[in-house]
Design a protein around this ligand. Sequence first.
Ligand code: DGT
Ligand code: CA
Ligand code: CA
Ligand code: ZN
Length: 586
Amino acid sequence: MDKDRVAEILNEIGILLELKGENPFKTRAYANAARALEALSEPLEKVIAENRLGEIKGIGEALQKKIIDLVTTGKLAYYEDLKASIPPGLVEMLQIPGLGPKKAKALNDKLGIASIEQLEAACKAGKVAELQGFGEKTQSKILEGIQFRRNYASRHLLSDALAAAEPLLESLRSQPDVIRCSTAGSVRRFKEVIGDIDFLVSSKKPSSVIDFFTRQPGVLSVIAKGDTKASVVLQGGIQADLRVVSDREFPFALAYFTGSKEHNIVMRQRAIQRGLRLNEYGLFRSHEETRDPELLVPCATEEDIFKHLDLACIPPELREDQGEFAAAERDEIPRLLEWTDLRGSLHNHSHWSDGRGTLEEIAAHMDGLGCDYWAITDHSKSSFVANGLDAARLRQQIKTVAKVNATYAEQGNEFRLLTGSEVDILSDGQLDFEDDVLAELDVVVASVHQGFTHNEAEMTRRIIRAAENPFVHMLGHLTGRLLLEREGYPVNQRAVIDACAETGTWVELNASPYRFDMDWRLWSYARTKGVRCVINCDAHRNEHAGYLRLGAGIARKGWLTKTDVINTLPLKALMKELGRKRAKVA
Ligand code: DGT
Ligand code: CA
Ligand code: CA
Ligand code: ZN
């Protein structure tokens, strides 16, 4: 078991203990130990093998034993027993925003509530408001939270869906009875949020493929299993559908099950206009619904289907009926960005604020991945919870960056860290640093992290004011949304885009799968205005470099090409672009 999973379990133990009403010192010890493990920069196995677990601050003897059990056996009886002693519905209640273990315990103790359904009923009956420490306001907050969770419980982040889908697709590919296979549905279209995962396989032996699929290690339970299709639940509670078709049907089924529904409707209309019928089984020379193989228009790939409907091939990401047909008719589908076009990220954090890793560690990792550059843009002082930097620490950091870069230069290595700041946009639209400080930095990202309660007009004005600053290169996560968690604050994004066009400010596509902000639906507008995109990891640890691939997929969904995206530029050209806006005031 790896340290992140061990840390997760320790955290969970802390929460379970809190639900039991254990003393806070004990429960906090688990959370602290989890944090200490997460911060560990070497493999946990190694620390254990060398008997150094006790040297880590915050891990006492009892905890050491538990951690060793987890790492060596993958199990911990104490944890299993603890989990079994608490109603699962009570743990589930913690997923309601604003409901912590203390409140959940009180609800359980005083009203016997042990599930979300019971909680909802108690709120509606007004019983929760009567409890000491709750009140009307808390009660309505809880009800709101339940509704929110219900709307989102069956939806998943793209990143979680991909993490579940990709290993399964790999396994399917290796199964000897599988001829072709692919994901379909919203995963293939790279939607930011996913209902369920769809797989499509062609085979001569469907039942063998179905058996193989339902027995995969990632499969938690089988919902339905037929001759040519199956539905299962994967780890993380994500549902996955598999359909098996003949290889001749494969391209038609792939097009159909990739969707979107709106896209499919137009495809079918186009077929009808040409005296054809399109469905999941084929494209037929017929004026009515059929699947008669005699009437089939043979197509080896999706591209052939598009050709018969007088269309250039439409990439799956664009199949949302958002202008792809007009473009494909004129053979004007742009050549979309590839994630390998990206050369680095311009908004990232380090241990100087709320990220992990020293500048040396980050540089080594990103250089190792093949990046050309990596900007360090830690938080500014107003973000004090995130340990934001004041001007003095920022200047210290600039010196450290220079030192790191000097070692690369000496080795003849062209990789460079860039200095920077994710500077807070304050309530009135002023920035958290004076212009003379910002002028010392390679990269300035301006973001809103506080004062979310302003109305749309105020918010828009505030952000536009930041864009007007000559030292601000780009606006970070424009709406502040957290997918499946919270809506963004209200802001007129088109007005902000217009201001960016006027001032030569770029807009970030924050590639964190929790954000994907600015939304893909707005990039076409930005593009027509000539506003350029920066795809940023907003990395808080090295693993987050992988977000570049996700961000590129979302950029493709927004019709963006290599030239629309600033961080496809090599270092020298990038530096020139970074100097452009501020040169106007010099
Ligand atoms: P999701 O799962 O909610 O994230 O979204 P999708 O797009 O993956 O939807 P899903 O899994 O229900 O179905 C996969 C595709 O199958 C969908 O994108 C289009 C196609 N499809 C499913 N049902 C219909 C339908 O009633 N009419 C049409 N035209 N296409 C459908
Ligand atoms: Ca789906
Ligand atoms: Ca489905
Ligand atoms: Zn931020």
